[in-house]
Design a protein around this ligand. Structure first.
Ligand code: KIV
Length: 277
């Protein structure tokens, strides 16, 4: 599939139409092999800016660049045959003005072939979301805990308890009115997430926001036990691939040191016998 093709089985209107239907299944993907795994079972492969922390060892998502998102976006789109790619707009690439956001969102879409972008923010980003959606850029919004605002929020805290509840609802209504086709609710208390889900006509996709959302998203490496630097309460580990990999690498190291690897079956004979290569 070419980088500019839009031939995807799942597109933003399909996601929007899933409101109140079978829950949407979303995982992050950053590479072609990761995208292939996600494509087999999920509706959306999110090229999250979490890539900075998970694959690049960054302390937060703030150092992620547009070029990184384009590179990982291209890799992911190559691995998808039915799931839809959504690419995060990184910190600093959209907040300055709607025009800046359009310039960078259009690069993400044109250079990767992904049909949609995600950006963080509610009421204060509504004008930008409207500007993008009116110009052919489908937007998934992201409210509640917005990790790019970690320094102003003072950490990765639950957002929407007590006094914040009204502002989470206001953010949700604002991004819907601005034309977002779906909205991620991150670390929002489950009761409030349920109320927001009922109040909106677009699907809510929860991460740490309880079971009443219209879909769920997790970071692939978190749920596979590959990224273990942090373990937020909302991460359920469906596998312990990090531990499996550790055992495999320890076995390999021991065999190399003991000269038991490579064995004859992993080596080439000096003389060709029959069809043996
Ligand atoms: O960057 C990311 O992976 C995300 C999800 C956690 C929603 O934004």
């Amino acid at each position: 599939m070419s980088a500019t093709s839009t031939m995807r089985v799942v597109l933003p209107p399909d996601i929007r139409a899933r409101k109140g239907q079978l829950p949407l299944v979303v995982l992050t993907a950053y590479t072609t092999p990761g995208a292939r795994l996600v494509d087999a079972h999920c509706d959306i492969a999110l090229v999250g800016d979490s890539v900075g922390m998970v694959l690049h060892g960054m302390p937060s998502t703030l150092g992620v660049t547009l070029e990184m998102m384009i590179m990982h976006g291209c890799a992911v789109v190559k691995g998808l045959s039915k799931a839809m790619a959504v690419i995060d707009m990184p910190f600093g690439s959209y907040e300055e003005s709607p025009q800046q956001a359009f310039r960078n969102a259009s690069r993400l879409i044109a250079e990767t072939g992904a049909p949609a972008v995600k950006l963080e923010g509610g009421v204060h980003m509504a004008e930008t979301i409207a500007f993008l959606t009116k110009r052919g850029v489908p937007v998934m919004a992201h409210i509640g805990l917005t990790p790019q605002a970690v320094n102003t929020l003072g950490g990765y805290k639950v957002v929407g308890r007590d006094a914040d509840a009204a502002s989470v609802m206001a953010d949700a209504l604002a991004v819907e009115a601005a034309g977002a086709f779906s909205v991620v609710l991150e670390k929002v208390p489950m009761g409030l997430a349920g109320q927001v889900t009922k109040a909106l006509n677009i699907p809510t996709i929860g991460i740490g926001a309880g079971v009443d959302c219209d879909g769920q998203v997790l970071v692939l490496d978190d749920m596979l036990g590959l990224f273990t630097d942090f373990r937020p309460k909302f991460v359920k580990r469906y596998a312990e691939l990090g531990a499996l990999a550790d055992h495999a690498i320890a076995d390999y190291a021991a065999e190399v040191r003991a000269r038991s690897f490579p064995a004859a079956e992993h080596s080439f004979a000096d003389v060709l016998k029959g069809k043996q290569s």
